[in-house]
Design a protein around this ligand. Structure first.
Ligand code: SF4
Ligand code: SF4
Length: 224
């Protein structure tokens, strides 16, 4: 899922400095699961903002809404009817949610309350870890199911580098060396032979380096 975390309250307050009434909009999917932008966080943030503004003698009116998903028009469209008198929408969705609201609701400012961090998973309560960098051409079949792009600090396709020591990455003793993880996994699978097969250079045009990406599935398009 997409992992995000809330921006500092002072930064959000600054964004809303000229607003008198805002819609605080959560999203019911990834950011709810990672406790950054669900219904509960919407309530807490709206309340904190109202209190902060009350203390400054500049009251802020908030309308709280949590969309099922901010990244699909069918859940965004109903918001149109509620924008009367709203100065801005403060989105607690990921960066995709913020942009979806902006694209679909062009007459209103949409501001981000979260910093979108990465695609990852929860390791334990309160700990999330990156797992995929969306490179567009997955090589997990060659690396024992452990991503060299997201989990090696240098995104090496043929690691480890000379900085790997005692299973840790040279950037920090707290960071596992991705290539040590790959080696251990391949060893446990009896597939260390894959370590001896160089992975060919990647075509990075499938990743962000190729510009904004788009998938078109003709079989799913209406009228096909
Ligand atoms: S190889 Fe690419 S698509 Fe596969 S997990 Fe890593 S970043 Fe994601
Ligand atoms: S120590 Fe391991 S994870 Fe760190 S950059 Fe080198 S190969 Fe990648």
């Amino acid at each position: 899922m997409i992992i995000a975390e809330q921006k500092p309250l002072s930064e959000i307050e600054e964004m809303l400095a000229d607003c008198h009434k805002v819609m605080v909009a959560g999203c019911g999917t990834c950011v709810t699961v990672c406790f950054a932008g669900g219904e509960k966080e919407v309530g807490l943030l709206a309340s904190a903002l109202r209190m902060a503004r009350e203390l400054k003698g500049q009251p802020l009116e908030t309308l709280e809404r949590t969309l099922h998903r901010q990244c699909e028009w069918e859940f965004v469209d109903p918001v149109k009817a509620e924008l009367e008198g709203i100065d801005a929408i403060l989105s607690l969705g990921c960066g995709v949610g913020v942009q979806a609201l902006s694209e679909r609701l062009p007459g209103v400012r949409v501001l981000p309350a979260l910093n979108t961090k990465f695609m990852g998973l929860p390791l334990e309560q309160g700990v999330w870890s990156e797992r995929c960098a969306g490179c567009g051409d997955c090589v997990l079949d060659l690396t024992g199911g452990i991503c060299p792009i997201a989990r090696c600090s240098k995104s090496l396709l043929n690691g480890p580098c000379g900085g790997s020591a005692s299973g840790k990455c040279e950037i920090s003793p707290d960071v596992d060396c991705g290539w040590q993880l790959i080696y251990d996994r391949l060893e446990s699978l009896g597939r260390l032979d894959l370590m001896e097969e160089p992975i060919p250079p990647k075509d990075w045009s499938y990743a962000r380096d190729g510009g904004p990406r788009r998938i078109v599935r003709e079989d799913l398009r209406l009228g096909q």
